[in-house]
Design a protein around this ligand. Structure first.
Ligand code: FAD
Length: 117
């Protein structure tokens, strides 16, 4: 049982990291197609997330907090808010969403180039 909890937590950390990093790299001015892609991704993520009880709760959360796709900032803040809703349910600390813009980096060449400019 303890082993399963550890694996579930690892999966959660990895998943949140991927999700927040994707949102931090989402276009500042997304096209309609990009907005649709993100919305679909999030709904499919909620549908296919391999921890069943987590996915069930997350799908309910999406009804309460529909994915925000109008900009990078809107998407990142949305990600922070839904993660905080999960934190709250699990009695974890609430994260300060004001600091999220500096936290998630992809480590990709493109990003490094931008920083050098
Ligand atoms: P995590 O919550 O994994 O967070 C990792 C790091 O992200 C933190 O250390 C912090 O630096 C940062 N962070 C924290 N909050 C935020 C935020 N709001 N915005 C941005 N960054 C933040 N586990 C269960 O036991 N039951 C569930 O029902 C459940 N549902 C889940 C649903 C989803 C969609 C996901 C992705 C995970 C779910 N998990 C669930 C796993 C759980 O959320 C945690 O990932 C896991 O418990 C490990 O927690 P942690 O304390 O290491 O930090």
């Amino acid at each position: 049982k303890l082993g399963n909890e550890t694996i579930k937590a690892e999966l959660g950390r990895a998943s949140w990291r991927l999700l927040h990093t994707m949102l931090a790299r989402f276009p500042e001015k997304p096209t309609t197609d990009e907005r649709e892609a993100l919305k679909s991704y999030i709904h499919l993520f909620a549908r296919l997330y391999p921890c069943g009880e987590c996915a069930d709760h997350f799908r309910l959360l999406l009804e309460q907090y529909p994915p925000q796709t109008s900009s990078r900032d809107a998407a990142s803040q949305w990600g922070c808010v839904v993660h905080n809703a999960v934190n709250k349910r699990l009695n974890k600390d609430i994260f300060d969403c004001g600091t999220i813009a500096d936290k998630y980096h992809c480590g990709c060449a493109e990003e490094d180039e931008k920083k050098r400019k």
